[in-house]
Design a protein around this ligand. Structure first.
Ligand code: CDP
Length: 208
């Protein structure tokens, strides 16, 4: 029977790590929806920065595009956040995400609008938060492994700019669904955050 978990939250809040672990724990398929916007943002960086090109790139997106190994940089994240505010880019990507969510063996999707727009009827909704400083520290550790020039200040600025743009856009702004469980990971280790998410989902599966 299909079972859908929606995990949303601001930049680098830990939702991706939690989503991957939850998928492994329950045997669900996982879609990191940020990769869709990052892949479109990356193409726009190469092909030209206009809304028309962004929409065309979204239409032409293939699953292979999500496998590119250079989608995780802070520059691509900024480009992603800009294309993500274009309504037609978002609407072009809706069907793929909705179809993915209906996997027969369960699915977990993480992003910004999963619990509100993509899967408003999800069985479990989590909204993962942490302070901007904690999130910047975590993301800085990840990014500095591959980029020795990156600074903590730059990462903090990227996170704050994207959060403001993502929460302030007109279409599908980042916000917790009314029925989402808010999980603050500021003071949690990764293991504790995963355990908390697994507990919420297990409760729901037992009750149903
Ligand atoms: O990993 P991080 O939280 O930094 O970002 P991400 O989840 O990979 O998302 C990159 C950008 O894509 C975000 O800043 C959003 O602008 C956009 N996004 C979105 O608008 N809606 C989603 N469902 C997922 C990502």
């Amino acid at each position: 029977m299909s079972f859908t978990v929606a995990i949303d939250g601001p930049a680098a809040s830990g939702k991706g790590t939690i989503a991957r672990a939850v998928a492994a724990h329950f045997g669900f398929a996982h879609l990191d929806t940020g990769l869709l916007y990052r892949a479109v943002g990356k193409k726009v960086m190469i092909r030209g920065d206009s809304p028309e090109i962004a929409v065309q790139m979204a239409r032409e997106l293939t699953p292979d595009d999500l496998m590119a190994d250079d989608l995780r940089t802070a520059e691509v994240a900024q480009a992603a956040s800009k294309v993500a505010s274009i309504p037609q880019v978002r609407s072009t990507l809706v069907d793929f995400q909705k179809t993915f969510a209906k996997q027969p063996n369960g699915a977990v999707l993480d992003g910004r609008d999963i619990g509100t727009v993509i899967c408003p009827d999800a069985d479990v909704k989590l909204f993962v938060v942490a302070s901007a400083e904690v999130r910047a520290e975590r993301r800085f550790k990840e990014l500095s492994a591959n980029d020795t020039n990156i600074t903590l200040e730059y990462v903090l600025e990227d996170i704050k700019t994207r959060d403001a743009r993502d929460a302030g856009r007109d279409v599908a702004p980042m916000t917790a669904a009314d029925d989402a469980v808010v999980l603050n990971t500021s003071k949690l280790t990764i293991r504790q955050a995963i355990a908390a998410a697994v507990a919420v989902i297990t409760d729901k599966r037992v009750v149903d």
